[in-house]
Design a protein around this ligand. Structure first.
Ligand code: FAD
Length: 411
């Protein structure tokens, strides 16, 4: 029988259970006649499904599989005709994991600059979704500079890749109408989670500006989201184990005051409705552990996820740590200084350092690991494998990051 391929879409189903799978597919495809799912290819990890749809073809038996490469898109279905599945609040997932004593992990991405980069990122996210992150997030360019791409990628992450998605949203240098639009679009895309941030000043400006009728800090945004959208969104906020870079000073006494005032301010964000905290990157694990203790001592009881950025290049590490005023333990600085001439050596060291950090974090009580992937796969996945949060058997072999980055996914 001649079969005409009409479109193809990929979904991630956590339990590759046949009956459940068909139920889910038919639920998602309801109303999409004359198309019906008729061909399923299960990726080697067992987690990513490609669904090809043919008009008027009987569904094959559940055991039917065929290689993904055998399917090719012909006529993509317009986005508007696809059903929107509502996401879940991340805090519910975190609480469930914590109650069961299960550690978890999550991946952060940023919006690529080119269409090719967006396509590459989606491919990479498909592979990474199959590893079972509890959620994934996508950053927001200060002042709304990446608004369209962030919203598009966030929608694709939630609806097509099947990752529970948290969209970052910054509120300074952003008119209220733009914030409203972003929140409404997120809602329309089934996104239930927002990382509510103040944002940095746009390029070329030293300080952020409060726009007329706008917001001065993340606390204002948390209050606004709760006031306008009630309980619909789960809200994450930033936390700074070494205090926010703006208040990091040399004077020890002033630094101590700033550190505690930052924690008190964080408490206000939580009291206003934030569900959990994601920390700024750090390389001194003791700082995170102490920060969590200090937050608990001030009554901040919600999950505080450590943000871990694997060292991938020497230049990137130097830029990031200097921008964020991150404390770098001497032994890390010395090791990197000695191997900075070899990209491969730096990457390998980044993986072993990240592994040691994550092992200590988990042993010290961190509920999970939030990976700043920089849109790359190899280091983040290797670290999570090393600490046992993902199993090698369950993971597809990541493509070399260098090659993918060259293709634009990190653009
Ligand atoms: C996990 C994480 C994700 C991020 N994602 C993005 C992103 O997607 N896009 C982007 O542009 N930037 C992002 N940033 C960077 C962030 O926007 C900057 O660090 C920005 O300078 C502060 O934003 P914030 O939400 O932490 O600010 P806030 O939490 O509002 O405040 C930052 C600091 O300012 C001081 N402060 C502010 N208001 C008060 C107050 N009322 N009382 C006392 N102290 C106050 C405190 O020191 C506080 O820690 C991220 C940062 C983190 C940690």
């Amino acid at each position: 029988m001649a079969r005409q391929l009409c479109w193809r879409q990929s979904h991630v189903i956590k339990q590759a259970d046949g009956a459940l799978l068909w139920q889910l597919l038919h639920a998602r495809l309801a109303g999409s006649e004359p198309y019906r799912a008729s061909c399923i290819a299960i990726g080697s990890s067992g987690g990513v499904l490609d669904i090809a749809e043919f008009p008027s073809c009987p569904a094959p038996p559940l055991s039917h599989t065929q290689p993904v490469s055998a399917l090719s898109p012909a006529h993509p279905r317009p986005a508007s005709s696809q059903q929107t599945a509502m996401g879940t609040k991340i805090i519910d997932k975190l609480n469930e994991k914590i109650a069961k004593g299960e550690s978890f992990f999550s991946f952060e991405y940023f919006p690529p600059k080119t269409d090719e980069g967006v396509a590459n990122l989606k491919e990479r996210q498909m592979r990474m979704a199959a590893l079972g992150p509890t959620f994934c997030d996508i950053t927001w360019g200060a002042g709304g500079s990446t608004a369209d791409v962030t919203l598009d990628v966030a929608r694709s992450m939630q609806q097509e890749v099947g990752m529970e998605t948290m969209m970052h949203l910054t509120c300074t240098n952003m008119p209220v109408e733009k914030l409203n639009e972003a929140l409404h679009k997120a809602k329309e895309s089934g996104i239930r989670n927002i990382l509510a941030l103040r944002g940095d000043p746009p390029k070329g400006q030293d300080h952020f500006e409060q726009v007329e009728g706008g917001f001065a800090c993340a606390l204002d945004l948390v209050k606004y989201i709760r006031a306008e959208h009630g309980d619909f969104f789960g809200i994450g906020v930033s936390g700074y184990p070494e205090a926010h870079p703006d208040v990091i000073v040399d004077d020890a006494e002033e630094m101590r005051r700033n550190y505690w005032s930052d924690i008190d301010y964080l408490k206000q964000k939580v009291n206003a409705g934030a569900d959990f905290v994601v920390t700024q990157l750090f390389y001194d694990v003791d700082r995170y552990l102490q920060f969590v203790k200090d937050c608990r001592s001030r009554g901040i009881a919600c999950p505080i996820l450590p943000g871990v950025m694997p060292v991938m290049t020497y230049g990137g590490f130097k830029r990031m740590t200097s921008f964020c005023k991150t404390a770098v333990p001497q032994h890390i600085a010395d090791t990197l200084e000695a191997i900075k001439g070899s990209e491969e050596a730096v990457k390998a060291y980044g993986i072993s350092l990240g592994t040691m950090m994550c092992q200590r974090l988990l042993a010290g009580g961190a509920p999970g690991i939030h990976m700043y992937t920089l849109n790359l796969e190899r280091s983040a996945v290797a670290i999570l494998e090393n600490v046992g949060l993902i199993t090698k058997a369950g993971a597809k072999q990541p493509a070399a990051d260098g090659q993918q980055a060259a293709n634009g996914s990190a653009a």
